[in-house]
Design a protein around this ligand. Sequence first.
Ligand code: ARG
Length: 575
Amino acid sequence: MKSLLPLRDALSDWLTAAFRRAIPEAPPGPPLPVVSAARPEFGDYQCNAAMSLARDVRRPPRELAEAIRSAAEPHPAVRSIEVAGPGFLNITLDDGALSGLVTQIASDPRLGTPEAGRGRTIVLDYSSPNVAKPMHIGHIRSTVIGNALDRMFRFLGYRVIADNHLGDWGTQFGLLLLGFRHFADPETYERSPIEELERVYVRSYERSKEDPAWLEAARAELVKLQQGDPVNRELWRSFVEHSLREFERIYQRLGVRFDLVRGESWYNDRLPEVIRRLEEHGLVRESEGALVVDLSDDGLPVCIVRKRDGAYNYATTDIATVLAREEEFHPDAVIYVTDERQQLHFRQIFAIARRLGVTTRLEHVWFGLMRLPEGTFSTRQGNVIKLERLLDEAEERALALVRENSPDMPPERQREVARAVGIGAVKYADLSQHPQSLVTFTWDKALAMDGNSAPYLQYACARMCSVLDKYAERHDAAALDAAPVVFTDPIERRLAVLLVRFSETVLDAAAAGRPNLLADHLFELAQTYSRFYQTLPFLRAPEGVRESRLKIGMAVARALRTGLGLLGIETPSRI
Ligand code: ARG
């Protein structure tokens, strides 16, 4: 039998079949969308398709909705379907079916989530900081958001190629090489390479503004580097390695791993070929000595692909990158995660790629600004270090929280838990917001034990584990497997519906590139669970009800643990 999960898709198939039966002459189209009911009084799910289809099939919407309803065969998961308002179809689930679904979810590590991406490949381009420069907040958000998407896609069965597209090539290396020779302090460079490289760069840059000879010398260094001069190559390699070592420290703390770390330099040899292909397609023209691609047909400004001095740029590299990725991985999609300032860049790249015959789906997931606590990133220098301080502070604050909550926990364990809570809090503060909104980070919000925060969710999960432990001390935990789920209170039913929606939410969050959809869902689940936990007895409930409540709780804990895991957040068994 076909699984009923994700239920939303099953309901959509069911109503689509009813629609086809009701209006056989309707032209073929996509399945009728079913969504979560906007409000509980509308049932559990709803379908609003009658309104949009009405015109196509020349029927008044309400009459069409009625026709679909009458043509619908009985569905094993549906108690009733009603027509409401101008033509909404409101669906209420059957309690018996719901109970069966919760039982299934409670014992399924995937919570009924299909491997929708099996056999498909996604190249995910995220984090991508620039060598010899501190990560700015855009890179950090890209790392956290990109990694959550990475985890979700993998969970959905996609083959993900996470590529950290380092900015390791470009004109800044001329000034850097020259500056390094003159101003670098080897000891500081060993100790904090990025800070030292940044200092050297700034000094070299400033000198270049007042000293044309310096600028000339920097250009010469760049040309030497690009022509493969062994000394400059070696220095450049050291900049990349030292920077990566520092970035790596952060990735480790954040639990982030890449499949590829191919910087821009990796594509360097392919740049002339890009120009050749653009020429072959008749896409380039000369403009004031530079080579540009005209994109006015797409309503976009021209894109420079070779500068007047013959140098290639960021755009040229990204065209080469897209071509190489398509050729090497045959992906179904390439997804780029960066801040909002690169929207135009990617629109141009995607438009050019199309004209070169790239058919892969290309997507730019962009996000807005985030304000961090005063002083965290306010100066130009040492931002990587400051990010590490932010993480240190998160762990320190979390430690205070853990000590207060669990004074009897061994100190070693307290520190471990504090790490999971502190890092989780920083990530969740980011992931729980719509990526494209302006986010203001505050410690109070990030660590609020009673609000939409990682510790709150982690705590809900840990609390459930302890109830289970207590149950197991007194009863045979194996009895839970066979116990049916019963609904004696509306909260139990509400939790069941939320559990059924877990898989749908993961699918939506991944498809929309919005981890906050999953975070919202987990928060609603945890809040509802808290009400459940505070208002209804668990261990002291009558036999049968007790087992049912535990089973619902187990499924909730699994959803929280799995969901937080997809956001890259750990769930310690105690807090
Ligand atoms: N290094 C770039 C920056 O810091 C981000 C790279 C994003 N990925 C890409 N394929 N362009 O702005």
